[in-house]
Design a protein around this ligand. Structure first.
Ligand code: FMN
Length: 251
């Protein structure tokens, strides 16, 4: 395994097609899932189930589901977009607009949601899945919540710890990884539930696609600009608003 800081820095969203002929081995999946089981969860409730989907006929049925897209999502997504690398580097948060279809980048189209959402043709989950040979659907039990946790916020944080653990181990194994929030949207989840057969009390937290990026998508991955705030932008020393000196300032 590579050193932890290196793996953390290299971990990224692999928004590219995966090689459909190269599924993730069960040995690698076991390594990823074993690590997930050691993720911290509130009260050690281990509030998750993971459905590993690799059967091509089931993946096809998931891909045939219509993807749900709300006006709320398109509007709020737009606020996070940068239209040039310079803008993104300056903002230090958000995503490049070029990663989304043209109709999501033009507010003039937003008032015509139907046309905006489907300007590039009808939208199906297959466009999100992009030939993934392996998909993990992570669910949580809505009847259980971390003790006295309003809205089960501690339970959701726990699901995030599981996500990050799986992501880092996948990265360390050279396996591409992308979160697909669309699986938990109200218009998609019922179809997924029907296909995968999980009970009503289980809800989808998130789904992830795993695989090995196709050779021809490597340049696309390389040019994908990822930005972060400097620690001095979000760390406060002793009191909110008090500067945390950067290493350079200290030396
Ligand atoms: C809870 C959660 C949901 C996310 N949902 C999606 C998603 O639906 N589609 C996607 O491409 N990326 C999704 N992401 C990935 C983020 O957009 C990504 O981590 C962020 O832009 C930083 O980029 P990086 O992962 O390459 O560092 C999600 C991440 C998290 C933690």
């Amino acid at each position: 395994m590579r050193d932890l800081q290196g793996v953390i820095r290299q971990r990224h969203s692999a928004r590219v097609p995966f090689d459909p002929e190269r599924p993730v081995s069960h040995e690698a999946l076991a390594e990823i899932l074993e690590a997930a089981s050691w993720a911290p969860t509130a009260h050690n409730m281990q509030n998750y189930e993971v459905i590993v989907v690799e059967d091509p006929s089931i993946l096809r049925r998931l891909g045939d589901l219509k993807s749900g897209l709300s006006l709320e999502f398109i509007r709020e997504n737009y606020k996070q977009l940068s239209f040039s690398e310079e803008e993104l580097k300056k903002k230090k948060t958000g995503i490049m607009a070029s990663m989304f279809p043209p109709s999501w980048r033009d507010p003039a189209l937003f008032s015509h949601l139907e046309e905006a959402a489907f300007a590039e043709g009808p939208s199906f989950m297959s466009q999100t899945l992009r030939h993934s040979p392996t998909v993990l659907v992570v669910t949580y039990d809505t009847r259980k919540r971390a003790p006295a946790s309003e809205g089960d916020v501690l339970g959701f944080i726990s699901l995030g710890c599981v996500l990050q653990t799986m992501w880092l181990v996948s990265e360390s194994l050279g396996i591409g990884f992308q979160v697909m929030s669309a699986f938990s949207s109200p218009s998609v989840e019922p179809g997924v539930r029907k296909i995968l057969g999980f009970p009503e009390h289980e809800k989808i937290a998130y789904a992830v696609r795993l695989g090995y990026p196709q050779k021809e998508s490597e340049p696309e991955l390389q040019k994908y600009l990822r930005v972060r705030r400097d620690i001095s932008d979000f760390v406060h020393l002793n009191r909110y608003g008090e500067n945390f000196p950067s290493i350079q300032e200290k030396s």
